[in-house]
Design a protein around this ligand. Sequence first.
Ligand SMILES: [Cu+2]
Length: 197
Amino acid sequence: MSDATTRRGFLAGVAGAGGVAAAGTAAGQEQTTTVDMTDSLVFDPEEVTVQVGTEVVWENVGSVGHSVTAYEDGIPEGADYWASGGFDDESSARGAYPSQGDVPGGESYSHTFETTGTHEYFCIPHESVGMVGEVVVTEDPPPEDTGYETIVPNSAQTLAVWLVAGLTAVLGLTWFFMKFGGDYEAGEEGGGGGGGV
Ligand SMILES: [Cu+2]
């Protein structure tokens, strides 16, 4: 299942914009998550959790038009504003709908998330009936990757790596001086003896 998921993600990445695919390759990941927009006027699923660098694709699987519009006050500090139609801020997005920013039935909008934290968004025409959602962006890989990384937090892993590296360095230096330190002195003595002959 894991393999199939990866392959789908890879194909989706290839099919996507060249820039997006390149960014995914640079990060060593090809990840896509899909959210449906339905005629029931909901984002399905309403909440998704993705690893940083993941492209989220909103597909309008119905016939009613929707927008995918970030709440300017609902995205992490430092994150670029995002919305279907490519607006720089929420009020522009609201003002231009539906002539711009609409995602008609059968079409899709995608955004690649580069900033960790919770991104809240809504659909302009259906916000009043609760068509809202959120994307939670995390540093950690999705749980299915490996058992070890899921259990041990990144900070603990980093600490363990540094401890092992430090210990290895100390042991290595000790070994080096014990072995080659002795040889070096012996070699010098030998060289001195040779010079004497
Ligand atoms: Cu909608």
